[in-house]
Design a protein around this ligand. Sequence first.
Ligand code: HEC
Ligand code: HEC
Length: 282
Amino acid sequence: MRIRIWIVAIAMSQNISVTAAETLLERGNYLMKSIVACGNCHTPQTPKGPNREMELAGQFLIEVKGAFKAFAPNITPDKETGIGNWTDQQIINAIREGKRPDGTIIGPPMPIGLYRDLSDRDTKAIVAYLRQVKPVRNIVKKSKYNIPLPPSYGPPVDNVAEVPRSDKVAYGAYLAGPAGHCIECHTPMVKGHPDFKNQLGAGGFRFEGPWGLSVSANITPHDDGISHYNDAELATAIRKGIRPDGSRLMPPMGIAYYANISNDDISAIIAYLRQLKPKPTP
Ligand code: HEC
Ligand code: HEC
């Protein structure tokens, strides 16, 4: 009798360890290879996709004519040309406050306004991932801004709690906003700022690159947008970059990363998109 109880106790403790929360590095690995995708800007692109040998080593040019020519820097742990000498807190401040250790401000298009709401745990998870990336020596050119950068992106960010995954729409909003900045690319700009208030998700943002010209799609439940997609078709567009008619999505939609978004997360993102206000494409 005693022995049986003992076996049950072991089985229970094993069960607990199996379902234990993922470690910071596991979480960081998932986020960085899927929805967060810092590499979509910080890893150089080849015609076949991101250059894995140069993961996060920078030199990707993002240009908005008249406003800026921004080079995404080297954020590998290389001590001379990357961020190997920065403390965890300094990296967290760069991500959520757009401030470097020397006090200078990080300019657009790094989506700092949204990253301010990245949870403490997810930000630490991203840092844990960055620490174990291969250090790459690569000197990146300096960005040039013809627009004034703000003195700061707001008051210091203290604590940001996790968004409960049980609230599907709220968690989808977190994934499409602070974590993945889908809404930043998919909302038109008015006076240099995304018009989240009136045109959230309405698309119409133009991107020029080696692929030619791509215009971000309307992702609201409007006829101009995703109303004609069922959930499976929407998941295929986001994760595989293929529309229902078989055509392929161009960059900078981060398909190389979004392919790894989990089923639960894609379903939360879709639930969130479905309840946006329908808006026409501008
Ligand atoms: C949409 C493109 C984009 C995305 C996405 C992006 N960044 Fe950046 N990042 C930039 C650009 C461009 C700069 C340089 C801006 C400047 O020169 O002021 C930058 C600057 C930085 C810096 C400052 C490095 C230095 O040496 O000055 C860090 C650190 C950084 N990014 C980390 C991240 C992390 C971590 C993520 C993901 C959570 C991320 N970035 C996502 C474009 C991006
Ligand atoms: C860096 C900018 C950028 C980010 C981030 C981004 N997208 Fe896109 N997205 C685009 C562009 C540009 C297109 C249009 C591509 C084309 O026409 O070939 C597009 C196309 C789409 C489409 C296809 C719709 C259609 O009918 O053509 C969907 C759906 C979509 N994005 C959803 C998302 C979701 C969800 C996220 C976040 C997980 C996201 N996007 C993140 C730029 C972006």
